[in-house]
Design a binder for this molecule. Structure first.
Ligand code: SF4
Ligand code: F3S
Length: 101
């Protein structure tokens, strides 16, 4: 099992999650972050820090976002690792990303 970044991250990308991950398993694609399923140790540290509640354990993932399991696995390959917080895309999407500043 692993944790999954799902739809609420898309176009928001707050990046608070990367700062708490003990194994640095977040990877960055254009419009969101993804978690490497073979590297995540299911510590759950990232779940409460995401302002838009985009991160789930595989077993808690809402069914409508099931496709994100494969998406995280596929997109992390070749994507750059991200370990430091940066400006969110959310500032350009204030109506969509209501969870945080
Ligand atoms: Fe990292 Fe833990 Fe979140 Fe997995 S559950 S991505 S190991 S912080
Ligand atoms: Fe995305 Fe939430 Fe991290 S919006 S970048 S999963 S803090």
């Amino acid at each position: 099992m692993a944790h999954i970044v799902a739809a609420p991250c898309v176009d928001c990308k707050y990046t608070d999650c990367v700062e708490v991950c003990p194994v640095n398993c977040f990877y960055e694609v254009d419009n969101m972050l993804v978690i490497h399923p073979d590297e995540c140790i299911d510590c759950t540290a990232c779940v409460p820090v995401c302002p838009v509640e985009a991160i789930f354990t595989e077993s808690d993932l809402p069914e409508k976002w099931n496709s994100y399991i494969a998406l995280n696995k596929e997109k992390c390959n070749g994507a750059p690792n991200i370990t430091a917080k940066k400006d969110p895309l959310a500032k350009n999407n204030p109506d969509k990303c209501k969870g945080g500043a």
